[in-house]
Design a protein around this ligand. Structure first.
Ligand SMILES: *Cc1c(COP(=O)(O)O)cnc(C)c1O
Length: 432
């Protein structure tokens, strides 16, 4: 009935998540409210680990790309599940650190890491730095030298694979801002420079070809190109690359029409491609790292709003306004993302009208969706927008000085606050 199977309808006709009544949650914690089903987060973590365990003949690591959903409590869950994490800023590293996440299982990404971020990474012994460019390679080597450290690094490679996704989320093509291009000599030159850097240890190569990818083929193509490059490196420098990180981007369904990527098949094919190619080239099979973000948390999350006004335009368009918007979910205004929604207190009723869900911000583009099929909504109803666990909370803003919603975790049918709602005084904290 719903796009994710952790949602249901109880005897009161209310929407449930992880078996918990969402109307009760809205009443208890107020709206807007992010709700995360931690049982599903854990299940998703295990799905990746089990697939890798089954199909990889070498060591492997699943790193959760925490930019998709970042707060202290989620790092604790991810750590309990035995995953590593990707971080992309000092803020994410600090949050993970304060949550007790082991720094050796942290990986630092970014196309323009600041000196402060690199120093933090070196001083806190972050496990892997994925180096994006030559300036960073030089700076990191110097910082490591100043701190008598030797840092394990990977080089970010643009494999020249087009993953056929939204242009804002493709990252693997030659004109991307991320990494070293394979097509030119940029990548091999960077490898030589890395090998000769006194305080860096080149352990591997990294690529990430985009997000919301539904086909297996682009991943296999990327794996092949990377192995060709590893062979090329061995031939020209006699240096063997032992770790291959193929990034994230595994697609998930936002609405019922989307087909899910079969994770197990995808991992199986990736692992066999790597094994075959390595054998063919006489290479040691590299350890495999993958970095799912969205596919770990997206379906685990929903956002609850209270419905305000209803506006019927003479051309037939219906606006349903909610007490949040682009501040808590900027994905519509950024990507025209499509969402499914349910009137949570009327979840057993038939969906009978198509509406535009309007946020409360002073922008006409501030919508959660258009042409969303919905039960007839009126003031005071609770509206649930589904599949908001990824890139919603982590992208929120205080535009119009709206307050950031709380995040509630649901697990084993119990709920707890993971992040408190912002207060008016929080807004003024840094104003002088
Ligand atoms: C964003 C990102 C990911 C995660 O992508 P998802 O689409 O959320 O799975 C993984 N690796 C890198 C380097 C990224 O930038």
């Amino acid at each position: 009935m719903f796009v994710s199977r952790n949602l249901g309808v109880n005897e009161k006709g209310n929407l449930t998540i992880g078996g918990v009544d969402t109307v009760e949650l809205a009443k208890k914690y107020g709206t807007p409210l992010y709700v995360m089903d931690i049982d599903l987060v854990r299940e998703n973590c295990r799905k990746y680990k089990e697939a890798l365990k089954k199909y990889c003949k070498t060591d492997f690591l699943v790193c959760f790309a925490s930019k998709s959903f970042c707060c202290k409590e989620i790092y604790k869950i991810i750590n309990e599940e035995g995953l590593g994490v990707d971080t992309v800023s000092i803020g994410e590293m600090y949050t993970a650190n304060k949550a007790g996440f082991p720094t050796e299982k942290m990986c630092l990404h970014g196309n323009n890491k600041t000196r402060e971020e690199l120093e933090y990474a070196v001083k806190n012994k972050i496990g892997r730095i994925v180096v994006d460019n030559l300036t960073e390679l030089k700076n990191l080597n110097n910082i490591a030298k100043e701190n008598n450290a030797k840092m394990d690094i990977l080089l970010r490679i643009k494999p020249g694979v087009d993953a056929h996704v939204h242009e804002y989320v493709t990252t693997g093509t030659i004109d991307s801002k991320f990494g070293f291009a394979l097509e030119t000599d940029e990548a091999i030159d960077a490898v030589k420079e890395a090998i000769s850097s006194s305080n860096l240890n080149l352990v591997g190569l990294h690529c990430h070809i985009g997000s919301q990818i539904f086909e297996i083929k682009p991943f296999l193509l990327a794996a092949e190109k990377m192995l060709n490059f590893i062979k090329n490196i061995k031939e020209t420098t006699n240096y063997e690359i032992l770790e291959l990180n193929l990034g994230g981007g595994f697609g998930i369904p936002y609405v019922k029409e989307d087909v899910a990527l079969n994770v197990e098949n995808c991992i199986k094919e990736i692992a066999s491609t790597i094994e075959e190619k390595s054998k063919k080239f006489g290479l040691k099979i590299p350890n495999l790292i993958i970095e799912p973000g969205r596919s770990i948390v997206a379906q685990a999350g929903i956002t609850l709003y209270t419905v305000g006004g209803r506006k019927e335009i003479s051309n037939g368009k219906i606006y349903i306004s909610v007490d949040g918007g682009m501040t808590d979910n900027p994905r519509y205004i950024l990507y025209k993302s499509v969402y499914d929604a349910v009137v949570a207190n009327k979840a057993s009723e038939k969906k009978e009208e198509k509406v535009s869900i309007a946020g409360k911000c002073c922008e006409s583009g501030d919508l959660i969706g258009e042409n969303v099929l919905l039960q007839r909504a009126k003031e005071g109803d609770v509206l649930a927008v589904l599949v908001t666990g990824a890139y919603n909370y982590s992208m929120l803003s205080n535009y119009n000085r709206n307050l950031n919603p709380a995040v509630v975790f649901v697990e084993n049918k119990e709920c707890k606050i993971a992040v408190k709602r912002q207060t008016l005084d929080d807004l003024l904290r840094n104003d002088i």
